[in-house]
Design a protein around this ligand. Structure first.
Ligand SMILES: C[S@@+](CC[C@H](N)C(=O)[O-])C[C@H]1O[C@@H](n2cnc3c(N)ncnc32)[C@H](O)[C@@H]1O
Length: 206
């Protein structure tokens, strides 16, 4: 991870955009932090695609959350348990969450959607709104519409991350156009990120 961050900073300096990037990133992280303060404090949170579970520790230590981590990879869950066995962990699939309706307050996805096949992403979103009582948060990558930045960002992600799809801002907005959006922010410079806070519908399927 340190190597990825260092190479990102190196590329920004090379392109002469480091200062600009820092300002955009600060604005983005500031907005995200506001939402974290509003929705995480002392809540029950399910982190879907939790990986090695690092974010669960932040959720517990900084916001007093009661956390469950779910990941499709047995290996990831194994490492997450080694990192911190205080949380609950489940090996499972984001498209079929083993929870009753409104089981948690918040469902959080960090860099998971771009690893999901296109045709099941809507199902995953619907499923997470069923299980979350308050909101669903999506933190993910955003590609550029075209040009050199798109080319460089796609190469960077493919090499370091290997996801299926990196949506552009237009594509994210289209994907989420029917959702009840509480907050949206777009940040970082070359390898951009987005952050969406979506209201979990109060009307659940029967
Ligand atoms: C790029 S990692 C992100 C890990 C962590 N959320 C983070 O931000 O550091 C993506 C994670 O999503 C998990 N994942 C991929 N497809 C999944 C699915 N269908 N259901 C649950 N987890 C999935 C992967 O195993 C991996 O741990």
């Amino acid at each position: 991870m340190t190597f990825i961050i260092k190479s990102k900073h190196f590329i920004y300096k090379l392109l002469g955009v480091y200062e600009n990037w820092t300002e955009i990133a600060n604005r983005y992280y500031g907005e995200r932090e506001k939402m974290y303060q509003q929705f995480f404090k002392n809540k029950k949170v399910l982190d879907v695609g939790c990986g090695r579970g690092e974010f669960l520790n932040t959720l517990m230590e900084k916001y007093g959350c009661k956390c469950t981590g779910l990941d499709a990879s047995r290996n990831m869950i194994y490492h997450a348990i080694q990192n911190n066995s205080v949380h609950d962990y489940i090996i499972g699939d984001s498209a079929s969450l083993p929870f009753v309706d409104d089981a948690v307050d918040v469902i959080h996805f960090s860099h998971v959607f771009h690893h999901l096949p296109f045709d099941i992403q809507e199902k995953v979103l619907k499923e997470s709104k069923r299980v979350a009582k308050d909101v669903v948060m999506i933190n993910d990558s955003v590609n550029w519409e075209n040009g050199l930045k798109r080319f460089l960002a796609t190469i960077f992600w493919k090499v370091t991350d290997g996801g299926y799809i990196y949506r552009t801002e237009t594509e994210w907005k289209k994907f989420l156009e029917n959702e009840d959006m509480i907050d949206y922010s777009l940040g970082s410079y070359l390898m951009r990120q987005c952050f969406f806070v979506i209201k979990a519908n109060t009307e659940k399927d029967t």
